[in-house]
Write a new protein. Structure first.
Ligand code: UDP
Ligand code: MG
Length: 315
C-alpha cells in the first residue's frame, strides 16, 4: 500500500485545490493508498477543511498534533500512523505537483529505495532559498557522496523498511535521504515541476542555513562514530595532549638551556591543552557508556540487515 504523508500548518487557502489534485492523481494510479494529513496545530481554518475531507473519503486520515511541533515531527507522526510499505512525502502548499507522483513510483518499482524530487525549474526567491540551497547541495554531495541535486525538495518517495528505524528529531527531515543512505539505501532522483507559493507564506527564513550546517555535522558524526564515539572525542583529546606536551617541552628547554622563566603565558597554554585533552577523553568515555545504554535499552541493532531467508533474531 501507498501512504501519502502531508504536514499542514496554516495552509487553509491551499487545501481545497491540493486535496482535489491529490485525489485525482491518486485515484488514477489504480493502487491501494491512504492519504494522511498531519495538522501541525494550525490556527486558521485548515483543520475544518481536513475534517471535511476525512468525513467524505475513507482513504483520508487526519492526525492533529497537540501543539505546533514543526514539519519534521509532523512527518514522523504521519509515518508512525501509516500502514503503507511505500511513503510519499509532500508539502501542503501546492509548490509540489501531485501529478508527479507516478514518476516517483515508477522509480520505486524499478527497485530504488529512495526517489528524490528534483525541482530543476525552482520557483523560489533566489537569495533566500535558491542560492543557499545550491551551495548546500553541492557541499553535501561532495561530503557524503550522495549524488542528488535537490535534497531540500520535500516531494520524495521512500520504501518503509529503509526509514522505519530512523527516528526524526529537530528539523532533520531535510537530510532524511542522507540517513537513508547510511542505512544502505539506493537513491535516485526524477525531475519534478515546482510552482511559486501562491498563498500563505514560507515558514522558514535565513536561520535555516545555520540549522542545516549544524544538522550536517550531526549526520556526519552519526555516520562515522555512532558506535565508537571515543574515536572522535579521543582523537581530538590526544591531539590536545600532544600540543600540550610540545608546548611544555618548549618551556622546559627554554628554562633549562636558555635561562628563561618557568612562569610565562606558554606554561599556561600548555596546561590548558592538557586539561582540554583529559576532558575530551573523559567525554569520549561517557559517550561510550551512553551509546551502550542507548542500543541496549532500545534493543536497537548496531547494524542493519538487508535480507535473510527465514532467519529470526535470537534476543
Ligand atoms: N509545516 C508544518 N509545520 C511547521 C511549518 C511548516 O507542518 O511548523 C508544513 C507546511 O504547512 C508545508 C511544509 O511543512 O506543508 C513546508 O513548509 P513551507 O512551504 O513553509 O517550507 P518551504 O517550502 O518554504 O521550505
Ligand atoms: Mg513550500
Amino acid at each position: 500500500m501507498l501512504s501519502i504523508i502531508i504536514p499542514v500548518y496554516n495552509e487553509a487557502e491551499n487545501l481545497r485545490l491540493l486535496h482535489h489534485k491529490l485525489i485525482q492523481a491518486l485515484d488514477n494510479l489504480g493502487r491501494e493508498y491512504e492519504l494522511i494529513y498531519v495538522d501541525d496545530s494550525s490556527t486558521d481554518d485548515s483543520n475544518k477543511f481536513l475534517q471535511e475531507f476525512e468525513a467524505s473519503n475513507s482513504k483520508v486520515k487526519v492526525i492533529r498534533l497537540a501543539r505546533n511541533f514543526g514539519q519534521t515531527l509532523a512527518i514522523q507522526a504521519g509515518i508512525d500512523y501509516s500502514h503503507g510499505d511505500i511513503f510519499i512525502l509532500m508539502d501542503a502548499d501546492l509548490q509540489n505537483d501531485p501529478g508527479d507522483i507516478p514518476k516517483l513510483l515508477q522509480k520505486i518499482d524499478e527497485g530504488y529505495d529512495v526517489v528524490s524530487g528534483w525541482r530543476k525549474q525552482r520557483r523560489d526567491p533566489l537569495f533566500s532559498k535558491k542560492l543557499p540551497s545550491f551551495i548546500g547541495n553541492k557541499l553535501i554531495s561532495f561530503l557524503f557522496g550522495v549524488r542528488i541535486h535537490d535534497l531540500g525538495c520535500t516531494l520524495k518517495a521512500y520504501r518503509r523498511n529503509i526509514i522505519a528505524n530512523i527516528r526524526l528529531y529537530g528539523e532533520m527531515h531535510r537530510l532524511l535521504p542522507l540517513y537513508a543512505a547510511m542505512n544502505g539505501a539506493s537513491i535516485t532522483e526524477v525531475e519534478v515541476s515546482h510552482n511559486p507559493r501562491l498563498t500563505g507564506k514560507t515558514h522558514y527564513g535565513w536561520e535555516r542555513i545555520f540549522k542545516v550546517s549544524l544538522d550536517l555535522i550531526t549526520v556526519r558524526f552519526f555516520e562515522k562514530y555512532s558506535t565508537k564515539p571515543i574515536y572522535f572525542f579521543g582523537s581530538v583529546g590526544v591531539g590536545m595532549l600532544m600540543l600540550g606536551a610540545m608546548v611544555g617541552i618548549a618551556v622546559i628547554i627554554r628554562t633549562v638551556f636558555f635561562q628563561g622563566a618557568w612562569i610565562s603565558p606558554l606554561l599556561f597554554i600548555s596546561l590548558m591543552f592538557f586539561a582540554m585533552g583529559v576532558q575530551l577523553i573523559l567525554m569520549g568515555l561517557l559517550a561510550e557508556i551512553i551509546i551502550r545504554i542507548y542500543y541496549q535499552s532500545q534493543k536497537t541493532q548496531t547494524y542493519l540487515i538487508k535480507e535473510t531467508k527465514n532467519n529470526k533474531i535470537n534476543h
